[in-house]
Design a binder for this molecule. Structure first.
Ligand SMILES: Cc1cc2nc3c(=O)[nH]c(=O)nc-3n(C[C@H](O)[C@H](O)[C@H](O)COP(=O)(O)OP(=O)(O)OC[C@H]3O[C@@H](n4cnc5c(N)ncnc54)[C@H](O)[C@@H]3O)c2cc1C
Length: 349
């Protein structure tokens, strides 16, 4: 593996930060171009949930991703001088007898017992929220303080490389020479999230645009340090405030807040609790998703040295740290990319 190569990374969300971090860790020089229009990583609630409740299955590769999240986000805590990685109990309110039975069936299976607490009598009769079917508590869940994380990530890259605040100008990029403006690079990694739609080399990828909205509510009555989950998540944010999310609207790049989004989330909040509340803020962003719900990682079939790291979907905060480490290792050592996430599963030419 060659050291001191110069990489250009485009996009400073969780994807671009994770890729830059691992390149720098491998003694490479990084220039990050970021246009400050973040649509996803700074809007996200940053929740890391090991279980897909709808199907009561484990999240993809959770046993590998979770331990590495701890290492990665704790590193940036030392930069931010602020807690970024916050373990939290998620309490799932069962939506039916069948869902409760699924949990009871799985809680003692070795594969799930790290994550599913055994349902206690107290969980079944938990009275601080509306839950006719009882509830169960998850272990191993956490959330990332997303805005301080992105700020810490960008400032760490600036200290150890170079950050340029601008919109990447494709007119000034030569993909044969890997030259941007006056500088020639050894590799260029595009991590633009849904901004990939404007990228002439990768725009044919089926990265879809899945809009999401959240609201922040203030409630003196709710009083929980657990995150509640049923139809929506309710995530405590301190001082009696809670993030509530998220909505899903497919195939739109519109990232504005809407009255419909707020109404939907308020209705879902009221399914969980009848605590009095007021909405104090609302957020919207667009997730980069793919048809098979897997990220998309690899080298352009025509232009050597042109890479993509995208498609993190709804779980970017859990997936990005380790996947970026693996990607950088494959890229620097000329190893094949994992077929499950490889770019070549899609036709882009
Ligand atoms: C409402 C909502 C809630 C979410 N909640 C969670 C959650 O709880 N947990 C979780 O894990 N995930 C969550 N997600 C998903 C998560 O946000 C994404 O998986 C992740 O942020 C994608 O990261 P990214 O870096 O690929 O994209 P982005 O965060 O969009 O970053 C791409 C960056 O590239 C920049 N860029 C694009 N084009 C250019 C250009 N031409 N020049 C320069 N810069 C450019 C953009 O400005 C942006 O900063 C949520 C998303 C939304 C919208």
């Amino acid at each position: 593996m060659k050291k001191n190569q110069h990489f250009l990374v485009v996009g400073g969300g969780v994807a671009g930060i994770a890729v830059s971090k691992h390149l720098i860790d491998q003694d490479q020089h990084v220039t990050l171009v970021e246009n400050g229009q973040n649509k996803s990583s700074t809007v996200a609630a940053g929740m890391i949930n090991p279980i897909v409740f709808r199907r009561m299955t484990k999240s993809w590769r959770v046993d590998e991703f979770l331990p590495y999240c701890n290492v990665f986000y704790r590193f940036f805590e030392t930069i931010a001088q602020h807690q970024l990685f916050c373990p939290i109990t998620i309490r799932r309110f069962f939506s039916s007898e069948q869902e409760r039975q699924f949990w009871l069936d799985k809680q003692d299976q070795p594969d799930f017992s790290n994550y599913l607490n055994s349902v206690s009598t107290e969980d079944l009769h938990f009275s601080r929220a509306n839950n006719p079917f009882g509830s169960g508590r998850l272990n191993g869940s956490s959330y990332v303080q997303t805005i301080p994380f992105v700020n810490a990530g960008i400032s760490w890259i600036n200290m150890n490389g170079n950050v340029i605040q601008e919109n990447f100008d494709f007119m000034q990029f030569d993909p044969f020479l890997l030259q941007y403006k006056q500088t020639t690079y050894d590799g260029v990694v595009f991590c633009e999230g849904v901004g990939v739609v404007n990228n002439p080399y990768f725009k044919r990828l089926p990265v879809q645009h899945t809009k999401g909205e959240t609201i922040t509510v203030s409630s003196k009555e709710l009083k929980t340090i657990e995150s509640y989950n049923r139809k929506c998540f309710i995530l405590p944010h301190g001082n009696d405030t809670y993030r509530v999310g998220a909505t899903y609207v497919w195939n739109t790049l519109d990232d504005t807040i809407t009255p419909e989004g707020r109404k939907e989330l308020e209705e879902k909040f009221q399914v969980v609790t009848d605590a009095a509340y007021s909405v104090i803020d609302q957020q919207a962003g667009v997730r980069p998703t793919t048809p098979d719900r897997r990220p998309v990682v690899g080298e352009h079939p025509e232009f050597e040295g042109l890479y993509i790291f995208n498609g993190l979907g709804t779980k970017g905060y859990m997936i990005a740290p380790l996947l970026a480490k693996e990607f950088v290792n494959q890229l620097l050592n000329g190893l094949p990319f994992d077929p499950e996430t490889a770019l070549n599963r899609f036709k882009i030419l």
